[in-house]
Design a protein around this ligand. Structure first.
Ligand code: AMP
Length: 195
């Protein structure tokens, strides 16, 4: 009997700011046909529409701090319940704290499902400072200035790296070198996904 390995469809991509999560997420969702759910993008859309959520989120984002879990969790719960996420999704930038991991576990349990793969992008932190300063110049993102970038890296190390351990214990993590050229990183991810 041949054992067929199914391509994961409920994924998370994690890595420090500037690791290329957004760029790789776009390519992965195109290949897998699942929606990308980026909490950063949802917050930025709210900031530009000047919604109540956007005004609140901006006050944290501009300082490089995380938006409170209560706000973020509710937003993701609503998004995951939408029809297009029924058969799969790629979470980008969520969960980012251990409390968010618990919240996500609960949401997925309620939906009768669970995560099946975590892609970890590893990059040198000094290299991402340079990448993000460049992005700041090109895209004008207000959180891409040196002070905020350094704070985001600190917060990532303190609050987000513990998650990787949790998911490693669950046997879900595929680690990919995010410092290679964009196409090479994509190829490594696809290989890790068995594509
Ligand atoms: P990103 O685009 O993923 O780098 O996110 C930009 C900013 O949005 C972060 O620096 C946080 O301020 C906020 N943010 C995005 N995702 C989360 C999350 N899961 N929890 C808390 N804050 C978040």
């Amino acid at each position: 009997m041949t054992t067929e390995t199914k391509t994961p469809s409920r994924l998370l991509i994690v890595g420090p700011p500037g690791a290329g999560k957004g760029t790789q997420a776009e390519r992965i969702v195109e290949a897998l046909g699942v929606p990308a759910i980026s909490t950063g993008d949802i917050f930025r859309a709210n900031v530009s529409q000047e919604t109540e959520l956007g005004v609140l989120a901006k006050s944290y984002m501009d300082r490089g701090e995380y938006v409170p879990d209560s706000v973020t969790n509710d937003m993701v719960r609503d998004r995951l319940a939408q029809d297009d996420a029924k058969d799969g999704f790629l979470l980008d930038g969520y969960p980012r704290t251990l409390a968010q991991v618990d919240a996500l576990d609960g949401m997925l349990k309620d939906l009768g499902t669970e995560l099946d793969c975590v892609i970890e992008l590893v990059v040198d932190h000094e290299a991402v400072v340079q990448r993000l300063l460049e992005r700041g110049k090109q895209q004008g993102r207000s959180d891409d200035n040196e002070e905020t970038i350094r704070r985001r890296l600190e917060v990532y190390t303190e609050q987000t790296t513990p998650l990787i351990e949790v998911y490693t214990e669950r046997g879900l993590v595929k680690t990919v070198d995010g410092s290679a050229a964009i196409d090479e990183v994509t190829a490594e991810i696809m290989k890790a996904l068995g594509r």
